[in-house]
Design a binder for this molecule. Structure first.
Ligand code: UDP
Ligand code: MG
Length: 191
């Protein structure tokens, strides 16, 4: 099994690149943000709860997010591994992921961080907001709060996996093909 965390601030290109990596390496791409949006679309209890946090750019509570992630993994055991996109989002979630995978005799093999500066992020997300239909993509103050939450709560996840030498920074500026090449090279080097 090969388990990859695709990491980086909002709008850094995780979702786009994860879809291509999913095909190349035959992994299952799990985006917790997409799972929340599916629940929101179906107006489930989980979706209504998640929306109240997402609309402010805050993190959905750990127990809700971790439970949903575990369900998705457990429902899809017959894969070569997982690409986690947008999860874990804080240190507690990374420990929960480590324990969950350890129970299955698995581990996180690599964390790849896409580096993109703040002004580029704001520009990209506002641009995505024109077509994404996402309320959290249309308001600059929500976008800036998402960046702050990333810096304050999520960035420590990089250090968590860096302790075991699993974290790598990738330049997230350039053509999609170039960035895909950088990510592929880092995955090949990690396994
Ligand atoms: N979110 C969260 N936990 C997750 C994934 C998403 O709390 O594990 C929430 C959070 O409010 C975030 C929003 O969902 O701002 C959108 O996350 P997503 O990863 O889809 O957006 P991206 O960061 O890729 O732009
Ligand atoms: Mg995303």
């Amino acid at each position: 099994m090969m388990n990859i965390i695709l990491f980086g601030p909002p709008g850094s290109g995780k979702g786009t690149q994860a879809e291509n990596l999913e095909k190349k390496y035959e992994l299952l791409h799990i985006s917790t943000g997409d799972l929340f949006r599916y629940e929101i679309g179906n107006q489930t209890e989980l979706g209504v709860l998640a929306k109240s946090y997402i609309d402010k750019g805050e993190l959905v509570p750990d127990d809700v997010t971790i439970g949903m992630l575990k369900n998705k993994v457990n429902a899809n055991p017959d894969v070569k591994g997982y690409i986690f996109d947008g999860f874990p989002r804080n240190e507690y979630q990374s420990e929960a992921l480590d324990n969950f995978l350890a129970e299955k005799g698995q581990t996180v093999n690599a964390l790849l961080q896409l580096d993109v500066d703040d002004e580029e992020i704001v520009k990209r997300i506002l641009n995505r907001g024109k077509t994404s239909g996402r309320t959290d993509d249309n308001d600059e103050s929500i976008i800036r709060n998402r960046i702050s939450v990333f810096n304050d709560e999520t960035a420590p996840v990089y250090d968590h996996y860096d302790k075991s030498g699993k974290s790598t920074k990738i330049d997230g500026i350039g053509s999609l093909e170039d960035i895909f090449g950088r990510l592929s090279a880092a995955i090949d080097a990690a396994v």
